[in-house]
Ligand binder design. Structure first.
Ligand code: DQA
Length: 169
């Protein structure tokens, strides 16, 4: 008896599977990296103190290091104290861990300190320069009492170390 060569009714190729996370895989943890006043000028701002890494390069470094650590990193910078306070409220409300370089606000902003005090997740204070080896006024931080920890003087690598700590939970 001759073979049945009738094609099957439905020749539509099977649909490509929709890319989804592996079952049971955790969604990447969202982390905010917040940079304060004047940090948008990194790269050209006092390179002898802050180095030649531009703000854009620092932001790229944080995002790529974060991705390697399983974090979804969003990097922001503002020269507005009110905007920074709003971002810290947002982080507190969403329980988002934060890497914060408060820049000059470190030394005098009770408003930023009060916003940091409301944190509901880890918040690591980072400074590119070694603030303890500079002018006296930089040795005091109004933020530190409310931070999980502080990293200073290690340049952009300090941000990566802070992200590594946040990724470790
Ligand atoms: C800084 C140190 C602060 O004293 C200074 O005002 C900054 C940057 C740092 O990253 O080294 O703007 O936070």
């Amino acid at each position: 008896m001759a073979a049945d060569l009738t094609p099957p009714a439905d020749l539509t190729p099977p649909a490509e599977p929709t890319p989804t996370a592996a079952p049971g895989a955790a969604a990447p943890t969202a982390v905010l990296v917040l940079n304060g006043v004047n940090l948008g000028r990194l790269g050209t701002r006092e390179p002898g103190i802050y180095g030649t890494t531009s703000y854009q390069q620092l932001a790229d470094l944080c995002r790529s290091a974060g991705a390697g650590l399983g974090l979804e990193v969003e990097v922001r910078q503002t020269d507005s104290e009110a905007e920074m306070v709003g971002w810290l409220h947002e982080a507190a409300d969403r329980r988002t861990p934060v890497v914060l370089n408060p820049a000059a606000w470190t030394h005098y902003s009770i408003a930023v300190a009060d916003a940091v005090a409301q944190r509901t997740a880890d918040l690591i204070e980072v400074h590119l320069s070694n603030v303890h080896a500079r002018e006296d006024f930089r040795r005091h931080s109004v933020i530190t009492p409310y931070a999980t920890g502080v990293i200073a003087g290690l340049g952009p690598q300090g941000y990566v170390l802070a992200l590594t700590r946040l990724a470790a939970g």
